[in-house]
Design a protein around this ligand. Structure first.
Ligand code: CTP
Length: 397
């Protein structure tokens, strides 16, 4: 899987830098092309000569020397992936804030390739709230993080913070390229978030959906090479780079956007919590509280999933969600049928850690061929991977 792949390795100042000699050697043995960038302090931990010899390329350390300039923009464009390992606490904090004071940071900030980091630090540093905040920020920018190991640390203590071993770094890259390729050429439409239905110019009917599940799906599909259009209701979540976003507010706007896009898509995944009703009339001006009671007439919104179900061609796969509180399976199967979907992803509000606002979810997927797929409670990105894997196997059965 790594044969012919261009890997840009960024080494920062950490004891774990010694592992990069083995990592670079394994990458070259696997047929990858490797270029190495070192931060100024990385040279205290491993010699540039070692890494240039093993990578068969000059090691880059400075933006410019007396006679030439390292083209940081081209380096990030050359690479299929940039691996920053070990990632020190210092470079992590620069990545979180966008500081640009060395070649590695200039390449990182201008890179268009996917970026993965392997942190290495002492356990207390790793668990410090500022480190965890920085890791979360770096992930929110769309970077990948290879988990730290628990084990012997440079301080002599033992705990979390030990950098992944070279074999684990290679395994991660292998899996990444395996996943990355499989959906190249596929076009996917995803809806996510709530919708807001106007009552008057300042008020609306909405719901507590964060959009996190649909955004995790968009990220997973993009990561696997699919072209993703995300039709997103009002949401404050960050969207990873590379995903086409159509921002909408109401169910009608979401409906119009989906109808326009659906015919060019292979898969459509409706994860939005679309309002089922909207005020029959949205007042043109702010409603004043002149009466003791106020009645709103509501009318049904357009059912996007149902409409796409009537338009669906044989080559297209349509996935809906069902959030239920009781008779979960019965209602989910009813939706599968009535909306002509291929798969329905069921969340039950009776499961701990599932539903609106959580970072985790617990799902069961029902498919049109009678399949029933159960999953444990997992973080939403892992749930997204389960959903995508289930769609892939359903389409290939
Ligand atoms: N959906 C949609 N358009 C709507 C409403 C829902 O596309 N106007 C989609 C959701 O994105 C989800 C699925 O339909 O994929 C949910 O089905 P639905 O029957 O609308 O669920 P509920 O809103 O929970 O309805 P009910 O109260 O009947 O359970």
């Amino acid at each position: 899987m790594l044969k012919g792949k261009k890997i840009l390795v960024g080494v920062t100042g950490s004891i774990a830098a010694y592992k990069m000699a083995t990592t670079v050697r394994l990458l070259i043995k696997a047929g990858a092309e490797v270029k190495v960038i070192m931060t100024p302090s990385a040279g205290n931990f491993i010699s540039p000569l070692t890494l240039s010899t093993l990578s068969k390329n000059d090691v880059l350390q400075q933006l410019a020397d007396n006679s030439s300039w390292a083209n940081h923009v081209m380096l990030g464009r050359w690479a299929d992936v940039m691996l920053i390992a070990p990632l020190s606490c210092n470079t992590l904090s620069k990545m979180a804030t966008g500081a640009c004071d060395n070649l590695l940071m200039a390449v990182y900030l201008s890179a268009t390739c996917p970026i993965v980091v392997a942190p290495a630090m002492d356990e207390d540093m790793w668990h410090h709230p500022s480190t965890q905040k920085n890791i979360a920020a770096v992930q929110a920018y769309g970077n990948h993080v290879i988990p730290v190991n628990n084990g012997e640390l440079a301080s002599g203590l033992s705990g979390d913070g030990r950098m992944a071993e070279p074999e684990q770094l290679l395994q991660w890259l292998n899996d990444f390229f395996l996943k990355h390729k499989t959906l190249a050429g596929k076009k996917v439409l995803i809806t996510a978030g709530p919708t807001y239905e106007a009552i008057d110019p300042v008020r609306f009917i909405g719901n507590a959906s964060s959009g996190k599940m649909g955004i995790a799906l968009a990220a997973e599909l993009h990561h696997r090479g699919a072209g993703v259009t995300l039709v997103l209701g009002p949401s404050s979540q960050k969207i990873p780079a590379g995903i086409d976003v159509v921002n909408v507010r109401s169910a009608k706007e979401m409906y119009d956007a989906c109808i326009k896009i659906f015919q060019q898509t292979d898969w459509a995944i409706m994860s939005a919590a679309v309002a089922d009703y909207r005020p029959a009339v949205a007042a043109g001006q702010k409603i004043k509280k002149n009466t003791d009671t106020l009645q709103l007439d509501l009318v049904k919104t357009e059912d996007i999933l149902k409409q796409l179900g009537t338009m669906k061609k044989d080559h297209q796969c349509l996935v809906g969600f069902a959030l239920e509180t009781n008779n979960e399976k019965e209602y989910a199967l009813k939706k599968l049928d009535s909306k002509n979907a291929d798969l329905i992803v069921l969340n039950s509000l009776n499961d701990a850690g599932a539903g609106f606002g959580y970072d985790s979810n617990k799902i069961t997927i029902f498919d049109k061929k009678g399949g029933e797929h159960h999953f444990d409670t997992k973080p939403k990105p892992a749930v997204a991977a389960d959903i995508v894997n289930t769609i892939i196997s359903y389409c290939h059965e």
